[in-house]
Design a protein around this ligand. Sequence first.
Ligand SMILES: [Zn+2]
Length: 139
Amino acid sequence: MKISIPPSWRTRLDRYRLKASKCRDCGRVAYPASSICRFCGSRNIEYIELINEEARLITWAIIYSAMEGFEEKRPLMIGILETINSKARIMAPLTDVLPEELKPGMLMEPVLRRISEDNEAGLIHYGISYRPVFKRVGV
Ligand SMILES: [Zn+2]
């Protein structure tokens, strides 16, 4: 029997692993993955995962007026990061850090975190956030 995974679930797995595309022509990495290189237009693409790569914080936004359902996350911190090896730019929520602790160039790592809970359906949504490497237990 063949079981096919619904497209939304497949995309979710890609998001959990930070699936990116690497151009075999210009060498640049794009996240989220794209079948066409956004830098040179080439279709000569390979897919890589960024989930094991640390990243440096480039800049961030702090949102104090979090939308309904995200009150406990206030202030919401959204960062733009660049992965160390692949040089991919990623926009993602920041976690385990206070706004005043954020610094440009700060070394961060991806972690899977609960994003929200759909109480009616009983679903818990997860997503990738970045936390400072210095907050990792045992470092
Ligand atoms: Zn390219």
